[in-house]
Design a binder for this molecule. Structure first.
Ligand code: 5RP
Length: 295
């Protein structure tokens, strides 16, 4: 019990100073509840409004992907440079020490493999387990135009409903079928559908032509996946163009962990995303760091 006697009387209420009411920094996110915003503010840097998510969830449908054969060896050195980690709960529990305090985006859909139709997914993580794992968002694949389009959309809306109950955002991941054109028109359609149906942010692919129309037409933040491994300078150009054209960061996997020098590459990506560094300057940084590390 605090001592009730001898209390200091002079109280300062600053009656002439109005209490500040801050807007929330992230696109389209001002109307959410405190916990949802707090999780988003851990994923996206409030200073830059952007994020470097490191994606290494590929094993959930394609097994031990090149560069992810031993996540303890290849990914752990990258963790200090990532803003957010995107992975499966299996890898989280088995490889990532609980002392790692980076925000976690857990892969929450699954049920198909590269041997079968990929769009045939269900929700594959219970919301209670996501809470137990203290995740900052749940990622669900959405296959617009795919064979199981409706099922994948409903997976996402179910996740949005469950997550909203507990203040956990849903990341909709737009997956493009082999037969579909990867163009701005398709990504406007896919990202807008996900946002209209409640996704809190969306992962999509960068396209050379008209990417700014994809970000403009989407009322929530967009992050880009890196896609297949390309030369480092090209990957940095892609990340640069994406953020300059309205993306709120990257959710990059193979172009980091399959790089010749992954620790150097993730730092170069950070420079592009958070410091608006040009791809050429970021590539110089990549080479300097790579040489310093002797690889
Ligand atoms: C797998 C994913 C990956 O997280 C996503 O594709 C990002 O990784 P990459 O940069 O290697 O494309 O969603 O389905």
């Amino acid at each position: 019990m605090p001592d009730a006697e001898g209390l200091k009387e002079a109280k300062q209420f600053y009656t002439d100073v109005p209490q500040k009411t801050e807007g929330f920094f992230l696109k389209g996110s001002n109307a959410y509840d405190w916990g949802m915003k707090n999780r988003l503010a851990r994923i996206f840097n409030p200073e830059t409004g952007r994020t470097v998510m490191l994606a290494f969830d590929h094993g959930y449908f394609q097994g031990p992907t090149t560069g992810l054969e031993r996540i303890d060896i290849s990914i752990m050195p990258l963790v200090p440079y990532a803003d957010t980690l995107m992975l499966t709960r299996g890898i989280l529990r088995t490889i990532i020490p609980p002392s790692v305090t980076k925000p976690i985006v857990v892969r929450a859909s699954g049920g198909s493999s590269i041997l079968k139709e990929l769009s045939n997914e269900e929700i594959a993580v219970d919301i209670e387990d996501a809470i137990r794992l203290n995740v900052c968002a749940m990622a669900v694949q959405v296959f617009i135009g795919g064979e199981f389009e409706k099922q994948s959309i409903i997976n996402m809306t179910r996740m949005v409903d469950l997550g909203t109950r507990y203040g956990i955002p849903t990341l909709a991941v737009t997956a493009v079928g082999k037969q579909m054109a990867r163009d701005a028109r398709y990504f406007r359609l896919a990202t807008r559908i996900c946002a209209e149906l409640g996704a809190h942010y969306i992962k999509t692919y960068y396209v050379e032509d008209g990417f700014e129309t994809v970000t403009a037409a989407c009322p929530v933040p967009i992050v880009i996946a890196g896609g297949k491994k390309i030369p480092e300078l090209d990957a940095l150009k892609m990340a640069y163009n994406a953020v300059q054209q309205g993306a709120s960061g990257v959710d990059m996997g193979r172009n980091i962990f399959q790089s010749e020098a992954p620790v150097a590459m993730i730092q170069a990506v950070r420079a592009v995303v958070h410091e608006n560094e040009t791809p050429e300057k970021a590539y110089e940084l990549y080479q300097t760091l790579k040489n310093e590390m002797g690889k």
